[in-house]
Design a binder for this molecule. Structure first.
Ligand code: PLP
Length: 417
């Protein structure tokens, strides 16, 4: 196989995921369709998780990157926990068989009902993001008659040098609290009958490839943990968040998870804490592709548009962040490349999957794969323009199965009666 990413590549000119030619998936399931590879998920999970084997740790997969129950089940089999940001994600994680003691719950706007759900299910800890939330959590715990295990999410004020929309660890971001505020919250929690501070949490952003910021943040947070200890507030879990980037351009080298481990391991070793990690994109991103069909080729003076049947409602990242997704044809092509815009059918000028991209010359009816679509792909899909959301497929060896049916027209209006 001429490999592009692990488990993905060309054989005799045809694009395969594991042992499955993607054309077969298209013939059976149609387009647009998200396709995930079980082996690729395993590859990326192990690449990450094994890098930290030197210290006690739990790799809590960030469910928001890919919430499909079958994806979660694959990761659960490998020992993954779940990093969640809503009641819905906790529900998905538990439905997939993930042990509640491996579930953490973050998010700046948790409703009381969600806190209740989390506590009742006995998750590992709630990552509290504000003073108000701490009081809300206390109230819910009291109502349930059950102490609430928590971490405070601190904002270590570091710049991860990634896209501003996915930078979360700068002090102007809405996430977490300052160290000063965190101190107050821990003191309060320590005294409360209903609160039990068990951990500390930070998450500085996403698609980070400058690894040194992780070390910088971890050391700042570790210093804070030492201050807590000196006041008699012991925390057991050091939750270092997610955010490790991937190579959206296959020709670029991916930063090994080992590099991240080298930054974090010495810090937690010294603290003697149990490490929690929350990778999302890193595990699911390159384990999935979106396949779409070229509907029309529109030529205008010196501009070519490939109009495809997947739009910004199916894959939001390019229009939302101007994100780059590599695109390859299902059938390898020889000959001259063409510079073209790959656009969707949505009635928005911003509905662009790739702008001025050098691509093989494509014809109407051809299929292309949008790569690195396993993270923040389907989970960000919507029904905008009343388009049913795509099907999802899981490849395993020579076989594949539909893990989410394509939505139908009646699904679109099902809640309107
Ligand atoms: C989004 C998110 C993650 C995962 O981020 P990735 O970049 O996908 O690894 C982890 N933790 C929290 C709190 C998040 O909000």
């Amino acid at each position: 196989m001429k490999e592009i990413y692990p488990e993905l590549g060309y054989r005799n000119g045809e694009l395969f995921f594991e042992e499955v030619p993607l054309k077969e998936v298209v013939q059976r399931v149609g387009t647009p369709v998200y396709v995930y590879s079980r082996k690729a998920l395993e590859y990326w999970f192990n690449e990450f998780d094994l890098a930290f084997s030197e210290v006690p740790h739990t790799t809590c997969f960030a469910v928001k990157s890919n919430s499909n129950v079958h994806v979660l089940k694959v990761l659960k089999e490998l020992g993954a926990g779940a990093d969640t940001v809503s009641m819905g994600e906790i529900f998905r994680a538990l439905t997939s068989g993930i042990n509640p003691k491996k579930v953490v719950f973050a998010g700046v706007g948790k409703r009381e009902e969600e806190l209740h759900f989390a506590l009742e299910r006995g998750i590992l800890m709630v990552n509290v993001e504000s003073e108000g939330e701490l009081y809300a959590l206390e109230k819910v715990a009291q109502k349930l008659g059950r102490r609430a295990p928590l971490a405070v999410r601190v904002n270590p004020d570091v710049n991860p040098k990634t896209h501003p929309y996915i930078s979360t660890g700068l002090k102007e971001a809405k996430f977490g609290v300052t160290f000063e505020k965190a101190f107050e919250l821990y003191r309060y929690a320590k005294k409360s009958r209903w609160l039990e501070p068990v951990g500390i949490h930070f998450h500085i952003g996403s698609q980070i490839t400058d690894i040194s910021v992780f070390g910088e943040a971890a050391r700042k947070v570790a210093n804070f943990v030492r201050e807590l200890h000196s006041e008699g507030i012991e925390v057991e879990y050091f939750d270092a968040g997610g955010g490790l980037g991937i190579n959206y351009r296959p020709e670029e080298k991916i930063v090994p998870a080992k590099r991240l481990a080298e930054e974090i391991i010495p810090v937690v070793k010294e603290l003697g804490c149990h490490l929690i990690l929350e990778p999302g994109r890193r595990i699911s991103g390159n384990a999935g592709v979106l396949i779409t069909q070229v509907l029309y080729v529109k030529k205008r003076e010196n501009k070519t548009f490939y109009i495809v049947d997947a739009g910004m409602n199916d894959i939001a990242r390019p229009s939302l962040y101007g994100a780059y997704h590599h695109i390859v044809p299902l059938q390898e092509r020889e000959g001259e490349n063409v510079v073209a815009d790959v656009v969707g059918p949505i009635c928005e000028t911003g509905d662009v999957i790739a702008k001025e991209r050098e691509l093989p010359s494509l014809k109407e009816g051809d299929y292309i794969a949008v790569l690195s679509a396993g993270a923040y792909g389907f989970t960000m899909a919507s029904n905008y323009n009343s388009r049913p959301r795509p099907a999802e497929v899981m490849v395993e060896g020579e076989n594949f199965k539909i893990v989410r049916q394509r939505e139908t027209l009646s699904d679109l209006i099902a809640r309107e009666f």
